[in-house]
Design a protein around this ligand. Structure first.
Ligand code: C2O
Length: 515
């Protein structure tokens, strides 16, 4: 896999050191709370609902209220480097575990402390619908999670008095198993371990969940609504491309979907699993890599840039941060990744482009009145393309500033369900068992349940747009009609027991990427 553009070339630290002593058994000199207990305005907020007993599945999540200060860049902070999880040396592995041990200890010793492990997991839960907003399914996906990881990382660093602390990232596309540090022999003594997972470090991530080709497809697009997603009230409301694939699949793979359970398979509890943060660090890195390519642009819409959210900082203060604040993470949040190299994606078209799009044509694949509910078995749609359609599709080349999206509009999955579908092109025999190596495999879309409890965490309707421009020439080589197969799957290449997913329409959309 050395040619994989998403993975840093082999570096000097290729040997994997022995796991350190479990931090829970060490004399806890690393945990010092001095320095942030005073001056923090610690009583300025009220943390409701966090029972003194810590985790309880019956509780819904809450969020502190109180005085809020605006975010300011901490210019005294060194620029910290987030590293690939399997490149950490023994000292870095111990540091990671010590920091998470301190975070978990805080939940036990000071359950009202909003920086603790469970209180921080509630921050994610809170913004997944409890608060009335859901930061999934729209253009808020990347920036919200970036801000969340920033504050979480600063808290971990403060708890071990180490301002250089960073979260590692897990490049699941090539490191296709749970990272060893999160599942080592010490198990429950390992603060990175979560006994609720159904996977171990020897379970293989199926390549239909995450692989290099799927990532390349997602990274190729220059359409910002496709990669970044669109406004929550936009029509269609695009989900960010990496959110449905492979972000959701990693959640569902680790937690299991039959039924979706704590921790990783429910947004309500996902951030209780330390692996959440190494997973999201990789997602965050891919955003950096996408926008670092030629002709990729973040949204410029003030409705995106000016959106704010509140987080808890390492001094227990409520801090309000905007999307604008997180875009230049190296200068404003003071961290970078050890490697963001990527092979150039598409042939750049002349002139500059904005990344917004205008529709040139749509070609219907499936638009039944009242929408369609999928069952567990695969379904194939055949589109008889007219000569005009073929011409339009073939002319939709990146070098002409055009693109073709396969769009599933108005997807609805009940808040307490997971849904996973594999998508194939011109492979009508495909089933849940057909692997990602099949030439007709396009991608796997995975929707994560919000909650297993009755609470206001409903998803809105989402639209997923897949930029398939690069597939068009080979798809149209033959005169066969175009065939699109949707094959519901569990996370193990088999049909699900059941699936609850409805959509309004399936179509091809030909767009002009605007200059
Ligand atoms: Cu907010 Cu991976 O989820």
């Amino acid at each position: 896999m050395t040619s994989d553009p998403f993975v840093p070339s082999a570096n000097s630290r290729s040997t994997r050191p022995q796991s350190p002593k479990p931090p829970g058994t060490e004399s806890g000199g690393a945990i010092s709370r001095r320095g942030f207990i005073h001056g923090a305005g610690a009583a300025a907020f009220v943390l409701g609902g966090m029972g003194a007993g810590g985790p309880s599945l019956a509780q819904t999540c809450t969020f502190p209220t109180g005085a809020v200060i605006p975010f300011a860049t901490d210019t005294n902070l060194p620029i910290r480097v987030r590293r690939r999880i399997d490149s950490l040396d023994a000292v870095e592995q111990t540091r990671l575990k010590t920091a998470f041990a301190a975070l978990k200890l805080l939940t036990t010793t000071a359950p009202q402390d909003p920086r603790g492990w469970m209180a921080q997991a509630d921050v994610h839960c809170w913004y997944c619908g409890q608060s009335g907003t859901d930061i999934h399914g729209s253009w808020f996906f990347y920036p919200w999670h970036r801000a969340y990881l920033y504050f979480y990382e600063r808290i971990l660093g403060a708890l071990i008095n180490d301002v250089s602390f960073t979260l590692p990232y897990w490049p699941w596309d090539t490191l296709q198993h749970l990272p060893d540090d999160y599942h080592d022999a010490t198990l429950s003594l390992n603060p990175l371990f979560d006994s609720l997972r159904i996977r171990t470090n020897t379970s293989q991530v199926p390549s239909s969940v995450a692989n290099t080709r799927m990532l390349q497809d997602a990274m190729l697009t220059r359409q910002r609504d496709v990669f970044l997603g669109s406004a929550p009230n936009a029509i269609p409301q695009n989900t960010a491309s990496l959110e449905a694939t492979p972000h959701g699949s990693i959640h569902n793979w680790i937690g299991g979907i039959n039924p979706p359970r704590p921790d990783m398979s429910l947004f309500r509890t996902a951030a209780r699993d330390p692996v959440f943060f190494t997973h999201h660090s990789q997602i965050d890195r891919l955003w950096t890599m996408w926008v670092g390519q030629p002709q990729r642009f973040n949204h410029s819409d003030p409705a995106w840039l000016n959106q704010t959210w509140d987080f808890i900082d390492e001094n227990q203060r409520l801090v309000r941060i905007s999307v604008r604040n997180v875009l230049d993470h190296e200068n404003e949040l003071r961290y970078r990744y050890d490697d963001v190299s990527i092979s150039p994606g598409v042939v750049p078209s002349p002139g500059s482009i904005s990344g917004s799009t205008t529709t040139l044509a749509t070609i219907s694949v499936d638009e039944p009145p009242g929408g369609r509910a999928l069952g567990p078995m695969p379904i194939t749609f055949t589109v008889d393309l007219s000569l005009d359609d073929r011409t339009t599709l073939l002319a939709a080349r990146p070098e002409f500033g055009r693109a073709v999206n396969l769009e599933i509009e108005g997807i609805e999955v009940p808040a307490d369900s997971a849904a996973v579908i594999k998508i194939f092109l011109n492979q009508p025999a495909a089933t849940a068992a057909t692997l990602a190596e099949d030439p007709g495999f396009l991608t796997t879309l995975s929707f994560v349940a919000s909650s297993d409890q009755p609470q206001p965490m409903q998803h809105g309707k989402q639209t997923v747009s897949l930029d398939i421009s690069d597939r068009i020439p080979s798809l149209l080589l033959t005169v066969t009609p175009l065939q699109v197969t949707l094959a519901p799957t569990n996370m193990d290449d088999a049909p699900p027991d059941s699936i609850s997913l409805q959509y309004d329409a399936l179509r091809l959309r030909v767009v002009q990427v605007n200059a």
